[in-house]
Design a protein around this ligand. Sequence first.
Ligand code: HEC
Length: 197
Amino acid sequence: MFAVMPYVFYKGLDTADAEALVAYLRSIPPSPLEHPAVELPFPVATAMRFVVADPAPETMTGPRDELAQGKYLAFAGACFECHTLRNDKGEPVGAPFAGGNIFGLEGGGLARSANITPDEDTGIGAWSREDFIARFRSRTPEALNDVLPKAGDMDSEMPWAAYAGMTEADLGALYAYLRTVPPVSAEVITFEPPAAK
Ligand code: HEC
């Protein structure tokens, strides 16, 4: 099993949430599509056995206050994973939530994950709770379908549409938690167009 999926960040999933995911997946129509088994060269295959950690659901089970809920979502919802600089092994090495991960785009440009620490100038410190929620709400699947990027355009890579339907309380909790992480002054250029020929 090759850990492309960020298992490590899901191991804190609340048991009830993990069960709800299983229940939902069992409700969708079965598909007979078969995919070839994963084959990995020897050193990678061995190394990967150590990547998948033991589950740790007890860390996040039960009711949470707003900050704990925000932290839970920031990890279970992959915000930390994308917004914290990782090395080529996928390990987080940068300041938490200060961004900088690079995504190659169709057409040759690149996107970088933004600095979402509460730094006023280079992060989202100047954003109000309303700004934050409105940004998520404006990126529904329908809205994004209207502005499909062409090769060479900015294509965020952040699954905005998947988050657009989160509840006001959950988005507010994410905002509240992100206000508590240490502000990091680090300018991130989130889009670089393809180099001019
Ligand atoms: C797959 C990677 C990925 C994931 C997962 C992800 N982001 Fe992002 N995010 C990005 C990238 C890349 C950008 C820069 C492009 C853009 O603004 O859309 C960005 C931009 C942002 C911005 C805009 C910042 C600005 O200055 O304009 C906010 C706010 C944000 N992300 C918050 C979050 C939160 C909260 C989560 C988790 C619920 C999250 N992101 C999950 C990749 C990701």
